[in-house]
Design a protein around this ligand. Structure first.
Ligand code: SF4
Length: 87
């Protein structure tokens, strides 16, 4: 039996972003600004606290250029007792 976990990542649509940087001021835990004022995501897989910060940034973005992508990943493979792996 496979058990699944989930992973959440913050994403940016660079074409939609206007580079004002509101997001990075609200969520410095997960975003920083480059020298032109465009956001850079600094965290790959979001922890619970980082997810909260990322959610703040997504909600505040006036251009709807941020979103959180959640995907399922297999984390543990368990076999029933007595079941062997085919060779
Ligand atoms: S708030 Fe939105 S539009 Fe503004 S810099 Fe951040 S991602 Fe870009």
């Amino acid at each position: 039996m496979k058990k699944h976990g989930t992973t959440s990542r913050l994403r940016i649509d660079a074409a939609a972003c206007d580079g004002i940087g509101v997001c990075a001021h609200l969520a410095s835990e997960v975003l920083e600004l480059d020298r032109w004022g465009f956001p850079i995501i600094t965290v790959r897989d979001l922890s619970r606290g980082e997810l909260s910060a990322a959610t703040r940034a997504v909600r505040a973005c006036p251009r709807k250029a941020l979103w959180i992508e959640t995907s399922e990943v297999p984390s543990v493979v368990q076999r029933a007792p007595g079941v062997t792996t085919p060779s």
